[in-house]
Ligand binder design. Structure first.
Ligand code: ADP
Ligand code: MG
Length: 691
């Protein structure tokens, strides 16, 4: 019986239990899995040359006959050589294989093979070292465009290629088509069989492009169908009607809200009144005052007798929010509590039962908020701060805590995301943009300096402190030599702990220097942050733990060491930690890098304070992978598509998906069954609740 897509790999020749285990590490269990294991890149092995014409600058195939029985010699322990002499009628080539004794058994005198590799030439002597080879006529690893797969220890590319060949040869018949025929026709996409075959073994690069285009489209189509469904369901979802006006709330604020804050609050108030579940993104640059807008939501929830959960991405930020919210809202009778991983034992038990009994109106915390065992009496509003760190999955998990009526959802992001990407990433949300800063802010003046200006920079730190200000100094890593960066040796990475000690002892013996980093216990972190916020420290040396949300208005200078290590958007976030008070603020980017592009990047930051402009620039220079960091956008991980390179296709897929979901919101039509399954799988793989 020929194998099918369901055939376990263990039933194939050459796959024993050992290998099967290793293949499982790559997520490969059946031939069907193998079909989905896509090449990372390709090696063009199509060129065939006569030995005498073989190029010296690139590998090619030569067809040659073994002229003598191969000879093995042992150079020393663990190193053997097999020497093979082969001829093709135009010349003789001397081939050397290292540590592949078995070749002596394989290559008999008079037999013909194809060798693929670089033919080297010294005078008249031609040689090859460790070429790829196979018997003439096999055409499995030579004479073709060879797929190169992601591998794992103990699994060779040849083994995988053998398996994918098997899958392509035997398992493509009747492969079901996930894309509706209409969509395929309209967007000129090839059939799934063709795409699968040619993504592994393309006849040429044109066909590869055709295959890839189809697979990218399909992936983005599945993704955007899922997002469109989420959005549709949410906008259809019922929501609690809540009353409360921004005017009434604003009396609690120690300042007059900006126009942008007022507009965002009006948007929210309208959502809360609408009878439908709110799903709103409040996007505003660092310092635009999103906290007050969140407080409005929390206040409205409490006023209407339901609970609010505010999620922050770090404990530090959760603690800070809890303080701010407590100060702002407790005068209005709102009961605020903090729930992080650090809250344990009896304290936690008391808190959880108070939460379940409805004795807490606003709970601020981290992921702990949606862990098991956390119950709400009536959760009416979920707020996620710095949303790019939360996945769609986590958002949904918290919404699940809402009970019969889904809670309203509000997410806040300070990461200005290029418009094109925002459309996709926040495709399931309504958006309020806060495009106005609180009054009295002077933009942070930003400078780029080299190592030669270090002493002057220290002098500047001292000057700020003398004037009563405080200073952040940010370093890229925690421990000395924690990871060598690709910049090569000699990079002097300022490590927080060591650097703080050095600064205190040698540079600023008369100043109060503290440090904080992610590896400290949260109690310790909290203590350091509190003493900085309270003015008991002049200089705070830190990693990027202070990147998001930390608010100390008296801090007026931020120094970033090894600034070239950071992304622009990240630096922009960091810079947002200063310029929060009435004092002129500064950001000094220190770099020893001489690379032109690195400096160009950093100069872009000196030139503008506009987060959107910086984000576009960052995306242009680094591409979206780096732009978001590892999976920060919280979307399902894509296998084929690339958010930047495939932008046009993304737009096409998205509009096709929206059209389809408008016509068949739940993908109930029989023709959409497979699509529906794929949507569910994509989101489930990533933990989203998608029923
Ligand atoms: P972000 O949008 O980065 O979360 P925050 O909410 O932390 O910004 O606000 C930044 C700072 O600006 C805080 O110190 C806050 O008290 C202050 N602030 C916010 N709104 C106003 C306003 N309308 N007028 C004056 N100061 C404000
Ligand atoms: Mg904030």
């Amino acid at each position: 019986m020929p194998p099918t897509r369901e055939t376990p790999l263990t039933e194939l020749p050459g796959v024993g239990p050992q290998r099967a285990k290793k293949l499982e590490k790559l997520g490969l269990r059946t031939l069907g899995d193998v079909l989905n294991h896509l090449p990372q890149r390709y090696e063009d092995r199509r060129e065939c040359c006569a030995l005498k014409d073989a190029p010296q600058d690139r590998a090619c195939c030569v067809s040659a006959m073994v002229a003598e029985t191969p000879r093995v010699s042992y150079i020393r322990r663990g190193l053997s050589l097999v020497k093979v002499k082969a001829v093709d009628g135009t010349a003789t080539v001397h081939i050397t294989f290292f540590n592949q004794d078995y070749i002596r058994e394989v290559m008999g005198r008079g037999e013909s093979f194809i060798f693929f590799g670089i033919v080297e030439r010294q005078g008249n002597l031609l040689s090859m070292t460790n070429p790829v080879f196979e018997r003439e006529g096999a055409a499995r690893t030579t004479g073709l465009i060879m797929p190169v797969y992601p591998l794992t220890a103990g699994i060779s590319n040849n083994l995988l290629a053998g398996l994918t060949r098997r899958a392509v040869d035997d398992c493509l018949d009747g492969l079901p088509e996930a894309l509706p025929a209409q969509v395929r026709k309209e967007h000129k996409l090839c059939q799934t069989q063709f795409a699968r075959k040619n993504i592994h073994y393309p006849a040429d690069f044109e066909q590869l492009a055709v295959a890839r285009r189809r697979l990218v489209f399909e992936e983005l189509f599945v993704l955007t169908c899922g997002l469109a469904q989420l959005k549709k369901r949410r906008t259809a979802g019922e929501g609690r009607v809540m009353e409360g006006t921004p005017e009434e709330f604003s009396a609690l604020l120690p300042f007059v809200p900006t126009g942008a804050q007022r507009r965002a609050m009006e948007d929210i108030a309208a959502d809360l009144r609408s009878g439908k579940a709110m799903n709103r993104l409040v996007q505003g640059d660092v310092g635009s005052g999103k906290t007050a807008v969140a407080a409005f939501g929390a206040w409205a929830a409490a006023k209407n007798g339901v609970q609010c959960a505010l999620m922050a991405p770090t404990e530090l930020l959760a603690e800070q929010h809890a303080r701010t919210m407590g100060a702002l809202l407790s005068p209005a009778g709102v009961r605020v509590a903090l729930l992080t991983g650090g809250v344990k034992g009896k304290e936690k038990k008391t808190l959880l039962s108070a939460l379940a009994a409805g004795e807490i109106d606003l709970v601020v915390g981290t992921h702990a908020l949606f862990s098991q065992g956390v119950e709400y009496r009536e959760l009416g509003l979920v707020i996620a701060d710095e949303q790019h760190r939360f996945g769609v999955a986590q958002r949904s998990a918290l919404v699940e805590k809402g009970g019969a009526v889904p809670p309203h959802v509000m997410v806040m992001s300070a990461t200005p995301i290029p418009r094109t990407l925002a459309l996709i990433i926040y495709g399931d949300l309504d958006v309020s943009v806060m495009d106005e800063m609180p009054p009295g802010r002077t933009p942070v003046a930003t400078f780029l300096v080299g190592e030669d200006k270090r002493q002057r920079m220290y002098g500047f730190v001292r000057k700020q402190v003398r004037e009563g200000r405080q200073v952040y100094i940010v370093c890229p890593s925690v421990e000395e030599n924690a990871g060598r960066w690709e910049d090569g040796p000699g990079m002097d990475l300022k490590a927080v702990t060591a650097y703080a000690g050095e600064l205190q002892e040698k540079v600023f013996p008369d100043l109060r220097v503290g440090f904080v980093h992610g590896k400290l216990k949260s109690k310790e972190k909290e203590a350091v942050m509190a003493s900085f916020a309270g003015g008991a420290l002049d200089v705070l040396v830190s990693t990027t733990v202070i990147e998001v949300g930390v608010d100390v208005p008296n801090a007026s200078l931020m120094v970033v060491e090894n600034a070239e290590r950071f992304g622009l958007s990240q630096l922009h976030q960091l810079r947002g930690r200063v310029g929060r008070g009435k004092h002129q603020s500064f950001c000094v980017l220190v770099t020893a890098s001489r690379s032109g592009t690195a400096r160009e990047r950093l100069r872009a930051l000196c030139a503008t304070n506009d987060g959107f402009q910086i984000a576009e620039e960052d995306l242009r220079l680094r591409g979206p992978g780096d732009f978001f960091g590892k999976r920060q956008h919280g979307l399902p991980q894509l296998k084929v598509a690339d958010f930047a390179a495939d932008m046009e296709l993304l737009k096409e897929a998205r509009s096709a998906a929206e059209e389809l979901i408008a016509a068949d919101p739940e993908l109930k039509k029989p023709a959409h069954r497979l699509l529906k399954k794929k949507v569910r799988e994509l989101f489930e793989e990533n933990g989203a609740l998608f029923s």
